[in-house]
Design a protein around this ligand. Sequence first.
Ligand SMILES: Cc1cc2nc3c(=O)[nH]c(=O)nc-3n(C[C@H](O)[C@H](O)[C@H](O)COP(=O)(O)O)c2cc1C
Length: 195
Amino acid sequence: MSPKSPPSPEQLALRKCLGSFPTGVAVITYASPEGPRGATVNSFVSVSLDPALVLVSIAKTARSREGLDDASFAVNVLGAHQGDVAMHFAGRPNECLRVPWQQDAEVPRLRECAAWLQCAPWRSVEAGDHVLFIGEVVAHGHDPSDPLIFHAGAFRIDKPASPHWRPPSPIDSLDRRRDLERWSDAGSTTHIVPV
Ligand SMILES: Cc1cc2nc3c(=O)[nH]c(=O)nc-3n(C[C@H](O)[C@H](O)[C@H](O)COP(=O)(O)O)c2cc1C
């Protein structure tokens, strides 16, 4: 599939199949000449303990594809209360959102997350319409809070863990579903399957 061609019925069916695999949600953050940037991903996986390697798969059409070239980055595993942060970095910037940037971090990263990993660039590998960015973990931390979960094209929360959390209203849910479908229809990645 070329980056801009609409997905075929077979590709849509594959997306739906892949979406039955529940994942966490992370924001990959990095420095750019314009300031700190981030992109929401669910393609984050751990790769190796020795050396300590992790991987994210980024669509070639994404702005972060260039931003992550040979760049240090941070993986911010989102907590159950951070659905709004996920959407903010998924191409729907929310001017009213107070992005919880960690001010004194060496590599831009977010506060209030379930976990964070600071990574040095290790390798990148082209894989179809995506690039796999493999980073070596140089620092990390985590909080015993519940993670945000993505499954079948929607955010799931097993149980509310934070006083900031409120159940999404039906209208919020509809808006988010439309965003996820729009993002998915744009063919920017094959990681999410809208239902
Ligand atoms: C839950 C969720 C998971 C996503 N996972 C990925 C992913 O793994 N890789 C990817 O390239 N885009 C993924 N996206 C889409 C990007 O977040 C979106 O294209 C974003 O605008 C990229 O930002 P950028 O263009 O600044 O890099 C995901 C979006 C959502 C809502």
